[in-house]
Design a protein around this ligand. Structure first.
Ligand SMILES: *[C@@H]1O[C@H](CO)[C@@H](O)[C@H](O)[C@H]1NC(C)=O
Ligand SMILES: *[C@@H]1O[C@H](CO)[C@@H](O)[C@H](O)[C@H]1NC(C)=O
Ligand SMILES: *[C@@H]1O[C@H](CO)[C@@H](O)[C@H](O)[C@H]1NC(C)=O
Ligand SMILES: *[C@@H]1O[C@H](CO)[C@@H](O)[C@H](O)[C@H]1NC(C)=O
Ligand SMILES: *[C@@H]1O[C@H](CO)[C@@H](O)[C@H](O)[C@H]1NC(C)=O
Ligand SMILES: *[C@@H]1O[C@H](CO)[C@@H](O)[C@H](O)[C@H]1NC(C)=O
Length: 549
């Protein structure tokens, strides 16, 4: 595992030269900086088992869905699993055709918690406002192993014929399962003993002034029930009661407080978690488009009557705070090179909709080691092509470089490196007749109903590859510095190619990213390969390297 090795080397380097520790070598730092991870991981749920913190996030129609991230210090996180290995919500999640697809549908604010009595991680989420899906990974051994899970075994456990909108799961001290959910009218449901059906459900709280609230997270702390709620996109409310059914009293945890990043939205919609030393933290996200929604953390203290209070820097969310946990254990950095050595794809990757698994594989064959992407769809529309593999962009500015072997492309195939979102652009390889040329394409976009409005325009044409070329490097440089509020600039992306891996040439104009939130997912790096004439061709993605610039 190349990434693991890199992470280990980073740790060694860190121990040897603590003074040189950068923002990404925080392991033994005494303070941390917000955001804790400058990547798009919205709608988080956060909890701890033993020494290990876990974090779950929404992924819409990306597959696998609902990543599970792990941390030893609440600051350095890495995705280690996905709760929903394959979206089982309908045929539209397979991107079958132009009229059967699921952009912006799928996994919205959902919940992940650990249940000690059955040693199971439970994921629960409402999809398309109609059904609620439960996935579990059982017999994980997490408590015995101080929180560590060596084998995840996600299984579709139940489908409830009811929507628990923006739900938060609680396993009570007596093991009763509760789910808080809803918007404006906040509901609590009690589930049966294995979490596969509803026992009862009732409204427990109504927003007092008609304010729209959602994003429930439910806790029981020292005998008191708490539900954390967001008033999007600026505030977090806390309601508490001695009974899960209420009556609940309210206080406001944060409301429109500044920071920690300029031109981002307010920190809101999060959850709380304690360290082993009983120190508590609120972890929330900020709207940070074009990059999506990125997590921030801050300590909380408790009043004598049991209300949480955010530790601020003056009146703002702090840019830095003391490190929550001092540990020499770390997780792989998102920065580095992935050579697709397997045996599985790293959990940094998510496909655009469920992939056609017959059209991709990881190869260790020395002549074509890497990720084999065979064309899976005949289309002129990248938004309709299956098997585009995406990777979150690390901010504020980074580059993602795909090394590709195009030698087995077929006539009419289009492969490349995309800056993927509803308004997208790419640097690609167009194989026509026997020649493969490099092109930069922009003006790919979906309309506001997420139907394809434009399949793209060639903005620049680069060289034709020499016959027999087996290596071409395609690079996307993205600036996802927030431009969501207070300014009206559009951040830019540039596209580059190289035929030797050393000298890169920019192709085409700067591409201006959209700051709109309505697609929800922020921009991502992606590799694609689709046919326009017939299936049969393939490319080898030999590596992907992401680094800050
Ligand atoms: C799209 O795919 C779905 C599911 O496979 C199928 O039921 C439907 O007929 C297809 N529609 C078109 C226009 O091909
Ligand atoms: C995975 O979980 C399912 C359902 O809980 C169980 O039937 C199966 O034996 C488990 N498989 C492994 C390899 O643990
Ligand atoms: C819970 O109770 C314990 C013991 O009284 C106390 O130390 C702790 O601070 C309380 N925690 C919270 C979050 O109120
Ligand atoms: C981490 O710290 C523990 C306790 O100080 C020590 O035993 C262990 O060898 C350290 N591990 C590494 C990888 O540095
Ligand atoms: C493509 O290559 C084949 C085999 O070498 C050759 O017969 C054919 O003329 C070439 N086509 C073009 C358009 O160059
Ligand atoms: C459709 O694409 C064109 C460019 O081809 C663009 O000018 C227009 O705004 C787009 N319309 C929508 C609804 O996205």
């Amino acid at each position: 595992m190349r990434l693991l090795l890199l992470a280990l080397l980073w740790n060694v380097a860190n121990a040897a030269a603590a003074a040189a520790a950068s923002r990404h070598l925080k392991t033994r730092a005494t303070t941390f900086s917000n955001p804790i991870l400058w990547e798009d991981y919205p709608d988080l749920d956060v909890f701890r088992v033993g020494d290990v913190f876990y974090y779950s996030s929404s992924t819409f129609a990306f597959s696998p869905g609902a990543p599970v991230l792990k941390s030893y210090d609440l600051v350095n996180w890495a995705p280690v699993s996905h709760s929903v290995p394959r979206l089982n919500f309908g045929t539209n999640y397979n991107l079958n055709n132009d009229s059967d697809r699921a952009y912006v549908k799928g996994i919205w604010a959902s919940s992940l918690q650990y249940r000690k009595s059955t040693d199971a991680f439970y994921w629960i989420g409402c999809v398309e406002s109609s059904k609620t899906y439960v996935w579990t990974s059982e017999s994980t051994g997490a408590v015995e192993k101080n929180g560590e899970v060596t084998h995840w075994n996600w299984t579709a456990k139940a489908t409830l014929d009811k929507c628990y909108y923006d739900c938060g799961l609680l396993f009570d001290d007596d093991d009763t399962i509760y789910v808080a959910y809803g918007n404006s009218k906040i509901m609590v449901a009690q589930l049966n003993t294995d979490g596969t059906s509803e026992v009862k459900s009732q409204q427990v709280y109504a927003s007092p002034d008609g304010a729209y609230i959602e994003g429930s997270r439910m806790y029981k702390i020292n005998g008191t029930y708490y539900i954390f709620l967001t008033k999007p996109a600026s505030a977090e409310w806390v309601i508490k009661s001695s009974s899960p059914w209420g009556p609940y009293e309210r206080q406001i945890l944060v409301d429109s407080i500044a920071g920690p990043l300029a031109n981002a939205g307010y920190s809101h919609q999060g959850g709380i978690v304690s360290t082993k030393d009983n120190e508590w933290y609120y972890v929330a996200f900020m709207d940070s488009y074009p990059g999506g929604r990125i997590p921030v953390a801050a300590p909380i203290t408790w009043t004598s009557d049991g209300w949480p209070q955010l530790v601020k820097d003056g009146s703002s969310w702090g840019k830095t705070y003391p490190m929550p946990v001092q540990t020499n254990r770390s997780v792989p950095s998102p920065i580095g090179t992935d050579e697709f050595v397997g045996p599985e794809l790293s959990h940094e990757w998510e496909w655009n909709h469920n992939p056609d698994d017959s059209k991709w594989r990881l190869s260790v064959d020395s002549s074509s080691a890497g990720l084999i992407l065979a064309t899976a769809t005949v289309t002129n529309d990248l938004f309709a092509a299956r098997n585009t593999l995406t990777h979150r962009i690390i901010g504020p500015k980074s580059e993602g470089t795909f090394r590709i072997d195009p030698s087995r492309m077929s006539d009419g195939d289009r492969a490349g490196a995309v800056l993927f979102r509803d308004i997208a652009a790419y640097i690609g390889l167009y194989k026509d007749a026997n020649a493969t040329k490099i092109v930069m394409v922009d003006n790919l976009n979906l309309d506001s109903n997420w139907a394809t409005n434009s399949t793209g325009t060639i903005a620049a044409t680069g060289p034709t590859l020499a016959a027999g070329t087996t290596d071409v490097w395609l690079r996307v440089q993205a600036d996802i510095t927030p431009a969501f509020s207070g300014i009206s600039v559009q951040r830019t992306t540039t596209f580059w190619y190289s035929t030797d891996g050393n000298t890169f040439t920019q192709l085409g104009p700067e591409f201006k990213m959209t700051n709109s939130y309505t697609f929800f997912t922020g921009y991502r790096y992606g590799a694609f390969n689709h046919a326009t004439k017939a299936l049969g061709g393939e490319v080898v993605v030999k590596s992907f390297a992401m680094q800050l610039i």
